[in-house]
Design a protein. Structure first.
Length: 202
């Protein structure tokens, strides 16, 4: 993505390439899931377990979909106004206000899964959603129409995302768990990045 956006625009062809890359990741993950151990498959089964029937789950899904629709509508409508009032650029508004707001449901899901001892699913969920947002969402938008890419996105934000990914890798490689100390390091890294972005705004 850094290389594709270096010229300041993500073209339709490049957007299609991102979508193809996402499909490749999806196929790879699906094929790999077939060879997972019985323990991992059991954890996934427990995570998916529900005490409600089809009708109640369908109702919950419908309520969640409606709430998500209106929540997204009002975030898109009012976040730029809030960012403008705080003196933020549109990019920074998306990186901070919108990103944090849209991540809150993921935080709740992660907290519930972590309390149930399913931290590995939390890690997979976070990484998977990041890949989906970068390749499917950004790539899909570019596939419809050429997407301008701000220079700072290529010079700062994407390299920061890459740095955080590299920081996460050794933490997960050993035991697929994030310790409390490692969690503190990640939170401090996030705070440092937010402070850096706010300083860049001045």
């Amino acid at each position: 993505m850094i290389a594709l956006g270096y010229d300041g625009v993500l073209s339709r062809v490049e957007g299609i390439a991102c979508l193809v890359a996402f499909l490749a990741v999806l196929v790879f993950a699906t094929m790999r899931s077939r060879s997972e151990s019985a323990e991992v498959k059991q954890k996934l089964t427990e995570y998916e377990a529900t005490d409600a029937g089809l009708g109640r789950n369908a109702l919950r899904f419908a309520i969640g979909a409606v709430a998500l629709y209106y929540g997204a509508f009002y975030v898109v409508k009012h976040a730029p106004l809030l960012g403008q009032a705080l003196g933020m650029t549109p990019l920074l508004t998306g990186l901070l206000i919108v990103a944090i707001g849209t991540a809150l449901p993921e935080v709740v899901t992660a907290a519930i899964a972590a309390r149930r001892g399913q931290g590995d699913i939390v890690a997979g969920h976070v990484i998977g959603s990041s890949v989906f947002n970068l390749l499917a969402i950004v790539g899909g938008m570019a596939a419809l129409r050429d997407l301008p890419i701000p220079a700072s996105f290529v010079r700062f934000e994407l390299p920061a995302a890459l740095a955080f990914s590299l920081l996460l890798y050794p933490m997960l490689r050993r035991d697929l768990h994030i310790s409390r100390g490692e969690g503190v390091v990640l939170v401090l890294a996030l705070v440092g990045w937010v402070v850096f972005e706010l300083l860049m705004m001045r």
